[in-house]
Ligand binder design. Structure first.
Ligand SMILES: *Cc1c(COP(=O)(O)O)cnc(C)c1O
Length: 314
């Protein structure tokens, strides 16, 4: 017998927390595979994957694998059309774990937040580009009505009445103080200066890596996170990106190589994120080490990569 249908969410290539959410809350996750040269969810994907059980579309501002932003406004427009044609009113949650602390400062013309009516909730990670030194995550709802009243517990506790919305009870408050300290200390001006510097460094690094000739930039640092993502240009190099990862690791750099999510697993990429503390000087040192690693690997080809040019780790 078929199980009664359950709620589903429609997403692009999401961070692992969404799979965890789907499993724990018994929600079906419909992760739209990447088609052609896509790096994220596209408006034209939505009609095929949304139905009357879709409780939301997740748009990611700063996709984990590449750093790009999914087009929230265009996705919302397509959902408007779907509502017009099929009567399905599907809200958007924006996973702005990284982009939530970037876009408001250096991409101020980008419309991705509650300016779009369909966006009902947003999460952002304080410990990423929020610059908080302790782990802290934020979620905000567009209106009070978007957080169902029955999820809020009004706790009459030791003489005080306290509304709580959480899975566990006591939590430390230090991380919130650490985050608020940054808000007050840096202000909009400080965050803007820091994120703009990171973004400049990422774009500079992207340009330099592209000029080496052996990389094809997948994301060059423009329009999304202060980051770059790239693959080896097609053809024979005598080494893979996995070999390059290993080689720069000897100089203390941890740059992972990994396949793009389905359906683009044949494309192996590396990603470099620039966050506060990675100065232009440090990026220059990284570039020098990458250059040295490539020179070494070119002079000393890795046998495995020649025998199996298409080889990649599953
Ligand atoms: C890091 C990240 C998360 C998880 O956030 P945490 O604050 O680390 O729990 C979710 N989504 C995206 C896109 C992320 O980059």
């Amino acid at each position: 017998m078929r199980r009664a249908s359950k709620p589903n969410i429609v997403t692009g290539p999401v961070q692992i927390c969404w799979k965890k959410f789907a499993r724990y809350f018994d929600v079906e996750i419909r992760e739209v595979p990447l088609a052609g040269d896509a790096l994220g969810l596209k408006p034209q994907d939505l009609r095929r994957y949304c139905d009357e059980n879709t409780i939301g579309v997740v748009a990611t501002l700063g996709v984990t694998f590449t750093g790009i932003y999914e087009p929230v406004e265009a996705l919302a427009r397509e959902l408007d059309a779907i509502e017009r044609d099929l009567g399905l009113d599907i809200p958007i949650h924006v996973d702005a774990a990284s982009g939530g602390f970037i876009a408001p400062f250096i991409q101020r013309d980008l419309v991705w937040d509650f300016q779009i009516k369909r966006v009902r909730s947003i999460n952002a990670s304080g410990h990423k580009y929020g610059l908080a030194p302790l782990g802290v995550g934020w979620v905000i709802w567009a209106s009070k009505a978007d957080l169902p009243e029955e999820l809020i517990f009004y706790v009459d506790y030791l003489g005080g009445n306290m509304p709580t919305f959480a899975l566990n009870f006591s939590r430390p408050g230090g991380e919130i103080i650490a985050q608020y300290y940054n808000f007050l200390r840096l202000g909009r001006e400080g965050y803007t200066a820091i994120q703009a510097a990171c973004s400049d460094t990422a774009q500079w690094l992207g340009q330099k890596l592209a000029a080496l000739g052996c990389f094809e930039m997948i994301y060059d640092g423009h329009g999304g996170l202060p980051a770059v993502a790239y693959k080896l240009v097609d053809g024979h190099h005598g080494f893979t990106l996995y070999d390059l990862s290993e080689r720069v690791r000897m100089h203390g750099w941890q740059i992972a190589s990994y396949p793009l999510p389905s359906n683009r697993q044949e494309t192996i990429v590396q990603r470099i994120l620039i966050r506060h503390g990675v100065s232009h000087d440090l990026a220059q040192l990284l570039l020098d080490d990458i250059k040295r690693a490539i020179e070494h690997l070119t002079k000393n080809p890795v046998p495995n990569s020649m025998a199996k040019p298409g080889f990649h780790h599953g």
